[in-house]
Design a protein around this ligand. Structure first.
Ligand SMILES: NC(=O)C1=CN([C@@H]2O[C@H](COP(=O)(O)OP(=O)(O)OC[C@H]3O[C@@H](n4cnc5c(N)ncnc54)[C@H](O)[C@@H]3O)[C@@H](O)[C@H]2O)C=CC1
Ligand SMILES: O=C([O-])CC(=O)C(=O)O
Length: 319
């Protein structure tokens, strides 16, 4: 027998929660031909229907990813990456923190069950409130912190990039921006580190314009919630998570703002918060400490304080 046919396994990404974000992410992963996907949801028939629908586009999109839908965690077995999107999305008038107690129970259960079948996986959390949920997932599965992270900074930075591009009438891909801190009203967009093809935006825009764009970025999630009325954003969040997944699966060493576990970086400890991270096959390969001004440092501390308080509330609710 010749060994011409060498069995070759695709990476496997399990997406917990087949709602708007989960299914959009599965779609992105397939379009980029990145990995096979298992979509899991608590609602019977839902992930199966979404997965079948996505598979029925396979011949048109010319990808060869297998996408299956399931209600059984056993089907997620051996995942390289587990993404948690399960949980409630906010409605107009709600803050992300209003989702905390309900979503805490959901993400803890999802992490526990997924971990049983994929103890070697890297976990990416999307469910809100993001920084708190990421901490709970990490505490539940007790993985090395490099293998647990939250997605928000890529999305917030992408929003900032988009608003800058709209204002200046330039291509968004030429804009680079960095948003740090928690994924909430206290996030920290850093105009000093925003450039258009290398030119700092502080040289291209008035301070008042920058302030307006920064404020719009902080409210970027709420702006979409208000327009949609039924839930939150999902296309840009899915694209953002997909970028992180690609960086990990392809070991790209990309520098992406990620909610990562801090052990003294930025003067903070025992907290997940958005900071610039190098993402590769081991997860968070390293954390970059950029220079911050005194007022930026203070803003990051305030954001961290709010996340920390909410972690305590969530933990006491779970106890
Ligand atoms: N980190 C970020 O930047 C972003 C976070 N989000 C958050 O992601 C979460 C999901 O958002 P959407 O997909 O829009 O909501 P969605 O309501 O469309 O989908 C949520 C899905 O989770 C499922 N689910 C609920 N409990 C479950 C459980 N115990 N096990 C498995 N599945 C369960 C639901 O059946 C539903 O299909 C929300 O908490 C939202 O706030 C959304 C966008 C961006
Ligand atoms: O705003 C929300 O509820 C969803 C989210 O986190 C975002 O779009 O940034």
């Amino acid at each position: 027998m010749s060994n011409l046919l060498i069995p070759c396994q695709s990476p496997l990404v399990s997406v917990i929660g087949a709602g708007n974000v989960g299914r959009s992410l599965a779609h992105r992963i397939a379009l980029k031909n990145l990995a096979d996907v298992v979509l899991l949801d608590i609602v019977e028939g839902l992930p199966q229907g979404v997965a079948l629908d996505l598979m029925e586009a396979q011949s048109i999109e010319s990808h060869d990813c297998q996408i299956i839908g399931t209600n059984d965690y056993a089907d997620t077995s051996g995942s390289n990456i587990v993404v948690i999107t399960a949980g409630l999305a906010r409605k107009p008038g709600m803050t992300r923190d209003d989702l905390m107690n309900v979503n805490a129970k959901i993400v803890v259960e999802a992490a526990q069950k997924a971990f049983i079948y994929s103890p070697d996986a890297i976990f990416i959390v999307i469910t809100n409130p993001l920084d708190v949920m990421t901490y709970l997932v990490w505490q539940t599965i007790k993985l090395p912190p490099a293998r647990v992270m939250g997605m928000a900074g890529v999305l917030d930075s992408s929003r900032l990039q988009t608003f800058i591009a709209m204002e200046l009438g330039v291509l968004a891909a030429d804009v680079h921006a960095m948003v740090l801190g928690g994924h909430g009203d206290l996030m920290l967009p850093l105009p000093r580190y925003c450039t258009v093809s290398g030119v700092p935006i502080t040289e291209l825009m008035e301070e008042a314009t920058i302030n307006r764009i920064v404020e719009r970025t902080r409210n970027g999630g709420a702006e979409i919630v208000k327009l949609l009325q039924t839930g939150g954003a999902y296309y840009a969040p899915a694209s953002s998570a997909c970028l992180m997944i690609e960086a990990i699966l392809r070991n790209q060493s990309r520098l992406l703002p990620t909610a990562a576990y801090l052990e003294g970086e930025y003067g903070l400890e025992d907290i997940f918060l958005g900071v610039p991270c190098r993402l590769g096959c081991r997860g968070v390969e390293s954390i970059l400490e950029v220079n911050l001004t005194e007022s930026e440092k203070k803003a990051l501390q305030i954001s961290a304080h709010s996340v920390r308080q909410n972690v305590q509330v969530a933990l006491s609710h779970l106890a």
